[in-house]
Write a protein that binds this ligand. Structure first.
Ligand code: HEM
Length: 147
């Protein structure tokens, strides 16, 4: 019961951290005018990474380690399938920003140059993830109540 409760709390905390981080990364990307402005982008991106790790660890344990309704329930639940579909879409939207931000972090460490022209696309992709994450919350609540 304690683990079940703890994982439910952590799962929801990841939601707060994740939504705030995506919004913060979008705002920071919008305001990038020079390389120094990327510091705020990287900070928000770090928190997004933290949220994703917590989501994956707690979500997969809750779904498939018998913490909640059991594997069979979730695999047959259309809300769960929809929620996971949205998660995959978020991941697909995140591939380009993830690759670019990793490259930029490495380039900055080596004192290299960065093409800031790419921030426009990263800003749009980051914003596109927000409604999908919110839709995931709607599906999660329907799933939890067996609608
Ligand atoms: C691999 C990723 C994920 C998995 C496997 C997963 C799985 C789960 C499971 C099994 C539950 C418990 C539902 C129940 O009580 O029967 C849950 C609840 C919840 N999940 Fe996720 N989740 C994941 C990611 C996310 C993400 C990214 C979000 C938000 C954007 C999210 C939002 C929620 C919310 C809000 C609840 C609570 C629903 C409620 O009690 O009303 N989950 N999730």
């Amino acid at each position: 019961m304690t683990i079940r409760y703890l994982f439910a709390v952590l799962h929801l905390l990841a939601l707060a951290i994740g939504i705030a981080a995506v919004y913060a990364r979008w705002r920071a990307l919008r305001n990038v005018k020079a390389t120094a402005d990327l510091k705020a982008v990287f900070l928000a991106d770090n928190w997004y990474g933290v949220a994703v790790i917590i989501w994956l660890v707690t979500g997969l344990s809750r779904a498939f380690a018998g913490l909640e309704k059991g594997t069979a329930f979730y695999l047959e639940n259309h809300w769960f399938i929809g929620k996971m579909g949205l998660f995959v879409m978020v991941f697909l939207l995140e591939i380009y920003p993830m690759v670019m931000l990793i490259r930029w972090r490495k380039a900055l460490k080596k004192g290299g140059l960065i093409d800031l022209g790419k921030t426009k696309l990263l800003t749009r992709l980051t914003l596109a993830e927000l409604p999908l994450l919110i839709l995931m919350v709607c599906m999660a609540s329907a799933m939890a109540r067996g609608l």
